[in-house]
Design a protein around this ligand. Sequence first.
Ligand SMILES: [Zn+2]
Length: 64
Amino acid sequence: MYLLQTVGIACPYCAESIEIVVDASMEQQQYIEDCSVCCRPIHLIVSVSDVGEIHMQVHDENDC
Ligand SMILES: [Zn+2]
């Protein structure tokens, strides 16, 4: 299992697909990543299951 995984998401602002690199060694994390297309801050909530499956929730900053 690779600890760094690339996950595709849709930006909540501009709806473009962007790729986020996730550190799968942490079970639960949240952080802000700027969209590479529109540069607005995306609030990401990442959880990793026992089998290394990554679930990502994407919110805009007003959603927090
Ligand atoms: Zn965007």
